[in-house]
Design a protein around this ligand. Sequence first.
Ligand SMILES: NC(=O)c1ccc[n+]([C@@H]2O[C@H](COP(=O)([O-])OP(=O)(O)OC[C@H]3O[C@@H](n4cnc5c(N)ncnc54)[C@H](O)[C@@H]3O)[C@@H](O)[C@H]2O)c1
Length: 243
Amino acid sequence: MNQIDLGGKIVVITGGAGGIGQAIAQRALASGASVCSWDNAPTAAQATAGIASMQVDITSEAAVTAAYADTIAKFGRIDVLVNSAGITGPTLTVQDYPLDAWLKVMAINLTGTFLCSRAVVGGMVQNGYGRIVNMASVAGKEGNPLQSAYSASKAAVIALTKSMGKELAKVDVRVNCIAPAMIESALLDQMPASKRAENLAKIPMGRAGTVDEIAAMALWLASEECSFTTGATFDASGGRATY
Ligand SMILES: NC(=O)c1ccc[n+]([C@@H]2O[C@H](COP(=O)([O-])OP(=O)(O)OC[C@H]3O[C@@H](n4cnc5c(N)ncnc54)[C@H](O)[C@@H]3O)[C@@H](O)[C@H]2O)c1
């Protein structure tokens, strides 16, 4: 395993109790960072693993503001934000998609990413350093059938990443995102087996990715060495997306 130096860095990970978020949290910790997870369903296991855990609903502006204040009080600053919290929403046609389900997917995947990014970015600019890593999806590039809200939210995360990358290009704050295809995690339980099989069949490598494979990519994007790259989207899709 390559060693990526995050020594002394303060890393906040939303959805840090989930499969991908937890893998990133553990690898960041092993790379020398202090790690704080913002998740609305934190696990006790995280605290014992040396990761600070805060219960935060990232769709609530007030909750994000409070979590930011608590994190600054505990750690002094935030160097890295990984926006990993997300849900798939129901597997339905647009015609059958309930508005409340659509709004919930948008609130968590898009507005939550916006609220957490907005909360940390002022401090990063003031400190002259920051890295933001967003978790988009290959669905945001291709538009998966029966996953319209998820696909649209992830396309918007890709666009938000581009906007922020340009806005912050003149300071040492880099904003990039990852577009994974199917990754083994609890998120897959939100889809029917037929949808999982369909998504798996699109991957040329013929397998799902692992959370550690996403953590490997996320850690470089979170590091100082990611210096001339911003506003970009990186595929982790077993060969599925090639554009
Ligand atoms: N697993 C995959 O196949 C896959 C593929 C592409 C993209 N992604 C994206 O990667 C990210 C992480 O996915 P994962 O596989 O770790 O999923 P997961 O379900 O294992 O974890 C998601 C985490 O987000 C948290 N969360 C949900 N709503 C929240 C809220 N309102 N406030 C705070 N936390 C909240 C959950 O509690 C959970 O811990 C998601 O954004 C997902 O869309 C996953």
